[in-house]
Design a protein around this ligand. Structure first.
Ligand code: NDP
Length: 483
């Protein structure tokens, strides 16, 4: 592959008709490269190739699929440091997080390698004597995958791995601002012994390549992670073609801090979940609902923890918070800071752009206190190192505030009370609930997803992913009477 031949279509690397620049958000003078952009013909070529290859891949059987997925997973894990460095350089998360992401991506592939061997159906007796029934899962066909920049390797991995495991072909459109990570993952997949066209990677903007992809009648299923606004448009396109769709979108994850909790642990978990990944996680804790009895002590310690975080170049030793991903994201973050202040929230720390030795999009982690749940900063996903504290006088009030959101991805409670923890687990409207744990941080072998505007369609990850990546066939067989 040479400069600009970074699209992977029908089993070969191709040049784009145009290119875009990719720069390091920790240091905008660091030009990572120019990246190819697919056009409509190339997208069409990828879709046609995928449809052909899917049949061959399905026929190749489960051992073949297992072996390919296992090889991809092992390579990702073995090369986690190197791939983590690419992620850190172009997305801005600290190297340790980048390495963790690459390793996790590998685990998705090895997990689904195992699932290839467990794609079992059901046998049923018929209500009509002499008839046998079996229920099997078959691939949906060509899956369009559209992924965001915040986990540029792990998110596509948790979509591509099950898609291939269950016998589908893939056309992947990565986020255009993290193309180097996409190329790194593609290089690993492209080296496997798979039919040409089974896996295609088409770089390009969402408005252009993404939109064409989701509007194509050649796509059988769409898996998307990104913003609610784009998700709504994708859902409309999918419906017009009757295409199966699964979407993970925004969030506004609450974390309840009760008066009986371990306060030091609560501060550590809240700070980690609010500011890890520079707050650019769909699982970030962005609404901290704190019992009035511990409110002041919690807030004071949280501000101390936020101020102690080392913000800097993602590849620099000791950095805990990298830059935000882009100038657009930084401008959006600063705008939310201004909105919060205008609404009367009290900014206790951070919220300003920071100067460092390199020219990057650095921002000081921010804590707003004195916020109300109806403020914009508590309603909209900010995707920023900004967290908001809301005071509550009781568990019941805290739970009601936590549930008052259009979103419902993750939610947490810090408490020593088993009855409160149990009540929260049963009554919190969210896809993932955490007791004495941060809202961020999930396992790879169990379902992930949310409720309300956070998710749409079947769950991702674990064996629940089969619901989306397969379609069920019920066969009725009348064997007849032997001659
Ligand atoms: P987007 O939803 O715009 O992007 C997500 C993916 O969708 C990208 O690959 C993007 O392409 C693609 N896309 C964009 N428009 C279309 C379209 N019309 N049709 C098909 N695909 C499209 O999110 P952003 O990256 O712009 O981030 C904006 C905000 O979204 C963030 O501030 C955050 O609030 C939220 N977000 C939430 C995520 C989550 O995990 N919950 C993840 C990422 C973002 P491209 O980027 O190349 O244009």
């Amino acid at each position: 592959m040479t400069q600009n031949t970074q699209l992977y279509i029908d089993g070969s690397w191709q040049a784009g008709r145009t290119t875009v620049e990719n720069r390091n958000p920790s240091d905008v003078t660091d030009l990572i490269g120019h990246y190819a952009q697919a056009d409509a013909d190339q997208l069409d070529q990828a879709l046609d190739a995928a449809a052909r290859a899917q049949q061959i891949w399905w026929a190749a059987g489960i051992q073949k699929r297992h072996d390919v997925l296992m090889a991809i997973g092992v390579e990702l894990m073995t090369r986690a440091e190197e791939i983590g460095r690419i992620i850190a350089r172009e997305e801005g998360k600290p190297l340790a997080e980048g390495k963790g992401e690459a390793y996790r991506a590998g685990q998705f592939f090895t997990y689904y390698a195992g699932e290839c061997l467990r794609n079992q159906g059901d046998l049923a007796e018929s209500v009509r004597p002499g008839i046998e029934i079996d229920v099997r899962r078959e691939p949906v066909g060509v899956v369009a995958i559209i992924s965001p920049w915040n986990f540029p390797v792990a998110t596509p991995a948790w979509k591509i791995a099950p898609a291939l495991a269950y016998g589908n072909a893939v056309v992947w459109k990565p986020a255009n601002i993290t193309p180097a990570s996409a190329v790194a993952l593609t290089e690993i997949i492209a080296r496997q012994d798979i039919p040409a066209g089974l896996f295609n990677m088409v770089l390009g903007s969402g408005r252009d390549v993404g939109q064409r992809l989701v509007e194509s009648a050649k796509v059988d299923a769409i898996s998307f992670t990104g913003s609610v606004g784009v998700g709504r448009g994708i859902a409309a396109s999918a419906m017009s073609n009757m295409t199966k769709v699964q979407m993970e979108m925004g969030s506004k994850n609450p974390m309840i801090i009760m008066d009986d909790c371990d306060l030091d642990l609560a501060v550590a978990h809240a700070a980690g979940a609010a500011f890890g990944g520079t707050g650019q996680k769909c699982t970030a804790a962005s609404r901290l609902i704190v019992h009035s009895a511990v409110h002041d002590a919690f807030v004071e310690n949280l501000v101390t923890a936020a101020n102690a975080l080392k913000v800097g170049h993602a590849l620099e030793e000791g950095t805990q918070l990298g830059p935000v991903v882009s100038d657009t994201q930084l401008a959006q973050n600063l705008d939310y800071i201004a909105k919060g202040r205008a609404e009367g929230a009290e900014l206790l720390c951070g919220g300003d752009r920071l100067e460092r030795d390199t020219d990057g999009y650095f921002m000081a982690p921010a804590v707003f206190a004195g916020t109300r749940n109806d403020m914009v900063i508590n309603r909209e996903e900010m995707f920023a190192p900004i967290t908001c504290v809301i005071k509550a006088d009781s568990y019941a009030e805290a739970l009601s505030i936590a549930n008052d959101s259009q979103f419902g991805l993750t939610a947490g409670i810090m408490t020593r009370s088993l009855s409160r923890a149990s009540h929260f687990r049963a009554n919190m409207r969210a896809g993932c609930v955490m007791v004495n744990l941060p809202t961020a941080g999930t396992d790879y072998h169990v379902p992930f997803g949310g409720r309300g505007a956070s998710s749409f369609g079947p769950r991702e990850q674990g064996r629940y992913a089969a619901e989306f990546y397969t379609t069920v066939k019920t066969a009725y067989v009348a064997p007849g009477v032997p001659e």
